[in-house]
Design a protein around this ligand. Structure first.
Ligand code: HEM
Length: 220
């Protein structure tokens, strides 16, 4: 089952299909805006929906590696970069919607708002941290940085997930509405907890593989 799914993921149509599927929420929002179908407050609807899709794509991207390892789907890795770039795409649309509909593209006002409202500052920090990840997601950048530095830089995704969640939590705290925040927190805890468990397992294996007495000591 896993082998045939992994093979299917290698099909030349897989990437274009995932690309189109990832664009569907945007197309749906765009169509809704054009046809005036986004409810009584379309600006708020757009800002919130694009924020939701940013967080969803962040979870989907972070789920690729656990699914690849646990599900025995090595070919899933070929979708990770595209999915990661969709996180950036949706956060840019989110920021653009806020800057346009909430702030009328008034840059000094936007700067003041970021400094004044902590939940916006946290969201903006997540956006700033995402920018170098998006900029270095291409093969050339990986080569230029070297694999080790590239991997270290891309560990920022954990801070981004934490800030994205805090941003959402803070926004909903004003309304005392935490149900959805709790769902995203649980998903991110599982995805990040799995990585911590993998890291500890690897460390234990390395320690066990070291021959006894090989550790360096000043007294030896
Ligand atoms: C990784 C970065 C970000 C993530 C994951 C994110 C996510 C979210 C989420 C999930 C919501 C709530 C949607 C809902 O209520 O259903 C939201 C709302 C919002 N976000 Fe973000 N966001 C990010 C960055 C930003 C940035 C850069 C800004 C602006 C500088 C921003 C401004 C806002 C605003 C104004 C709202 C709506 C608040 C309201 O309607 O009361 N966000 N965001």
């Amino acid at each position: 089952m896993a082998a045939s799914l992994s093979k299917a993921l290698m099909h030349p149509a897989t990437k274009p299909v995932v690309f189109v599927l990832s664009l569907l929420p945007f197309a749906w929002l765009f169509y809704g805006a054009l046809t005036n179908n986004l409810g009584a407050n379309p600006a708020e609807y757009l800002i919130r929906a694009t924020g939701d899709w940013t967080l969803r794509f962040l979870c989907i991207t972070l789920a690729v590696t656990p699914l690849r390892v646990v599900g025995g789907l090595p070919t899933l890795a070929r979708l990770r970069r595209m999915l990661g770039l969709f996180v950036y795409f949706y956060v840019v649309v989110h920021l653009f919607s806020y800057s346009w509909f909430d702030m009328g593209f008034d840059v000094p006002e936007i700067a003041k708002d970021i400094a004044k409202r902590p939940f916006i500052l946290v969201g903006f920090s997540a956006f700033l941290l995402l920018t170098p990840l998006a900029a270095t997601s291409f093969n050339r950048a990986v080569k230029a940085l070297g694999a080790k530095r590239w991997q270290a830089l891309h560990k920022l995704v954990y801070a981004i997930a934490g800030l994205g969640l805090l941003h959402f939590f803070w926004m909903r705290a004003g309304k005392n509405n935490f149900a959805e925040v709790a769902v995203y927190a649980a998903i991110l805890a599982v995805l990040l907890g799995w990585r911590v468990a993998q890291f500890l397992k690897k460390k234990r294996k390395l320690a066990a593989a070291q021959p006894a007495g090989s550790s360096f000591s000043l007294r030896s």
